[in-house]
Design a protein around this ligand. Structure first.
Ligand code: C2E
Ligand code: CA
Ligand code: CA
Length: 707
């Protein structure tokens, strides 16, 4: 079983995804914006380029048109026709056109081409020129195309050296009258596309930097100028005005600002997303640490231990892994006596000791309260780990000037055939349970027998449950005699479990009932049954054994009084016998129960005195009315004089405190005599009478009185 992925870690991923999506959307939108701006700029540029090309075309055609109009005015002219076709034309031509060409805005030169065999004449800037030389081999074809009347002038470009020259030609003809000559003179006007002309074109048609080029145009806008054969003679070229760029340049600072703001914003979002993801990751790490660690000791907790075991078991193919469960003995007493702050400090010191105990330790955990666990790489070896550990924990701890002594029990299980961490833990737990059962302060290694034993106990437990329901637990009664007179003064009720297979003694099933929580029911059942039976031999007093666990139940006093009331039994006839052990562990509640019942008239006897920890102090502290000396002390009398004198001293101490003493387990008259002399006022044991069933006791009482 592994811990679920913490919530924060999942949230961290969604923050990452949301941030990435946001960035993606922002980048797409930014890209689209940039694309739109670029498109607008390019469209504006293209629109203006189109306009410029149209303007250039218009400039060229208006230039051609102007030259054509000039040549038409001069060629379609009665005087010219007359002068050229009749008489001496040469002087007329010079007078009217050749001279003019010297300095005239509309043309730079003229040519008059006569029909085949006629005399041709040409001027450039007032001087005679040879058109074939000046305008090249294509000129005759151009003239030929213009040599018919009634047509628009023919206009073509020519190249002459480095100059580009426009030539417009028209047949010389009379105005208005239709003549039909076989052949015509042709008048040609030519004008050089000088830089001044181009500059005027540029100005008139808004084409800045317009120029003529015959070289590469690169990225310039341009337009070809063709000769009569459609062959390019030069190009007009000019740079694109690129108004889109201009607009773009104007808005560029804003775009740059927008990009900068967007960039800062995106970086901000990115940073926020990143730091939120990091925060959540830290939270997740911390949550994960908290989920798998114990806050007090800093060790792993149960979940952490199981995870670590799982991991190690998967990784350690073939290698042995051993789990040691450690339960502190006497920790609760430390807590009760010194308070939780000292208890916590003790836990920390123990945690420290566990960490350093062995180099093979691959994990230390605190499973709760005073229970710890150690994972050891390698096989279990008591001498190596458990014994030093037990030794260490037996040594005193020093906390705030106090010397605190505890101990520990250890349960060990090795991962050989244990399938998973849970099973390993269960086995170690089983071994620990056994270690505590067999008297603490030792280490027990798991063995399958423990499982079988546990099963047997579990079976017995459910049987006991059933036995209580079926009234199989019944009291027997052992007489108590006056030491002075030998008269029977009372009886002690002792529980018996009668089964078809045989009778089970209380030494076996009382601890079982205590462990599985049945002791309260069992105790009250015994009380009620004993009271009901003892009515038969009233007014003998009745002693009933009470488990210290019952005393610690806050309802105990009320329950006892209720039973007495229901059965109409005189409380002053009842003595409750308690062994001291648990009085120490919860003295407050025990004292409350005892006080409540004593004020109702019930008496209390401290049972098994001398067998455990009870002292004369306990007797006084809880206000016991009687002390019962344990059978073991009585038997020890026979072994030698020390036993006898210890017993004598104990009894005289109780007597000095005014507490009467019962001696248990008296089997011989010798013992009875000695104890009587020592000061016991009440005797109990096989010598007086064995425990007997209700009828048996009744007849025994009758016969003993008769005797
Ligand atoms: P206990 O209260 O000390 O009871 C006396 C025990 O000593 C009884 O054992 C009794 O049979 C035995 N005994 C009495 N005289 C002699 C003798 O001369 N020689 C020997 N060898 N033994 C003698 P039992 O009945 O087995 O009870 C054992 C213990 O179980 C009791 O010790 C008492 O602590 C506990 N117990 C018995 N009945 C109950 C009960 O109803 N409730 C609780 N809580 N404990 C009970
Ligand atoms: Ca007893
Ligand atoms: Ca006893």
């Amino acid at each position: 079983m592994l811990a679920r992925r913490p919530k924060e870690s999942r949230e961290g991923n969604s923050v990452l995804i949301a941030t990435s999506l946001f960035l993606l959307v922002a980048v797409i939108l930014g890209g689209m914006g940039a694309h739109v701006v670029d498109r607008m700029r390019n469209s504006a540029n293209a629109l203006d380029d189109n306009r410029a090309v149209l303007a250039a075309e218009a400039a060229v055609s208006s230039f051609k048109e102007k030259l054509a109009a000039t040549v038409r005015d001069n060629a379609v002219w009665d005087d010219a026709y007359k002068a050229i076709t009749q008489g001496d034309s040469e002087a007329w031509v010079y007078e009217n056109w050749g001279k003019t060409s010297e300095d005239y805005a509309l043309y730079d030169g003229i040519a008059l081409t006569a029909p085949a065999g006629g005399k041709s004449i040409a001027y450039l800037k007032g001087g005679i020129v040879d058109p074939a030389e000046y305008l090249g081999a294509r000129f005759p074809a151009h003239v030929q195309a213009a040599a018919r009347p009634g047509m628009d002038p023919t206009v073509n470009f020519f190249r002459s050296g480095n100059d580009i020259i426009a030539v417009a030609s028209e047949a010389i003809q009379p105005f208005g009258s239709q003549v039909q000559d076989p052949e015509y003179f042709v008048l040609s006007f030519y004008k050089t596309l000088s830089s001044a002309v181009v500059a005027e074109m540029a100005r008139d048609h808004q084409l800045p930097k317009l120029h003529i080029t015959r070289g590469a145009v690169g990225e310039l806008l341009n337009m070809p100028l063709m000769d009569i054969d459609g062959i390019e003679v030069a190009r007009l070229a000019w740079p694109s005005a690129a108004p889109g760029n201009t607009i773009f340049d104007e808005v560029r600072p804003f775009i740059a600002a927008a990009i900068a703001i967007l960039g800062v914003y995106l970086v901000g979002v990115l940073f926020a997303g990143w730091s939120e993801t990091r925060r959540l990751k830290n939270l997740a790490d911390r949550a994960r640490h908290e989920a798998t660690h114990d806050s007090l000791s800093g060790l792993l907790n149960r979940l952490g231990l199981l995870e670590r075991l799982d991991r190690l078991m998967q990784a350690s193919r073939g290698q042995m892994l051993t789990l040691h469960l450690i339960d502190l003995d006497g920790f609760k007493a430390v807590n009760d006596a010194w308070g939780h702050a000292i208890g916590d400090e003790l836990i920390r010191l123990v945690a420290e000791a566990l960490r350093d105990i062995h180099p093979g330790v691959a994990g230390v955990a605190r499973l709760g309260g005073d229970e710890f666990a150690l994972i050891q790489l390698g096989s279990a070896n008591s001498a190596e780990l458990d014994n030093p550990l037990l030794e260490r924990l037996k040594k005193p701890f020093f906390i705030g000037g106090r010397t605190i002594e505890i101990g520990a029990s250890i349960g060990v299980a090795s991962h050989d055939d244990a399938e998973d961490a849970h099973e390993l833990l269960r086995r170690a737990d089983m071994a620990l349970y056994e270690a505590k059962e067999t008297g603490r302060g030792c280490a027990v290694t798991y063995h399958p027998d423990l499982d079988r034993q546990r099963e047997k106990i579990a079976a017995l437990e459910s049987e006991l449950r059933r036995a209580l329901q079926n009234d199989e637990i019944q009291p027997v009664f052992q007489p108590l005699a006056s030491a002075a007179s030998g008269d029977i003064t009372g009886v002690e009720a002792l529980a018996r479990w009668r089964r078809p297979q045989g009778t089970i003694g209380p030494d076996l099933f009382i601890p079982l009932a205590e462990k599985c929580g049945l002791i309260d029911i069992l105790g009250l059942q015994m009380l009620r049954k004993s009271i009901m039976a003892s009515k038969a031999w009233s007014p003998l007093s009745l002693s009933v054994n009470v488990s210290p666990i019952q005393l610690c139940n806050p309802n105990f006093a009320g329950d006892v009084l209720a039973v007495l009331k229901e059965e109409g039994f005189d409380p002053s006839q009842l003595t409750l016998e308690i062994t001291e052990a648990v009085l120490m562990s919860n003295p407050e509640q025990a004292r409350r129960s005892i006080t409540a019942l004593k004020s109702a008239g019930i008496r209390f006897a401290l049972d098994d005195f001398g067998a455990g920890y009870a002292s004369i102090g306990t007797l006084r502290e809880f206000g016991f009315d009687r002390m019962k000396i344990d059978r073991s002390l009585v038997q020890a009398m026979d072994d030698g004089s020390t036993g006898r004198s210890v017993l004598a001293a104990t009894i005289s101490l109780a007597k000095a405190l005014g507490i009467p003493v019962t001696a248990e387990g008296i089997e011989s008259a010798d013992q009875a005599d000695a104890l009587r002399v020592a000061g016991c006022d009440q005797l109990q044991g096989y010598l007086v009478g064995k425990p007997m069933g209700r009828e048996e006791l009744a007849s025994w009482l009758a016969s003993s009185i008769a005797a």
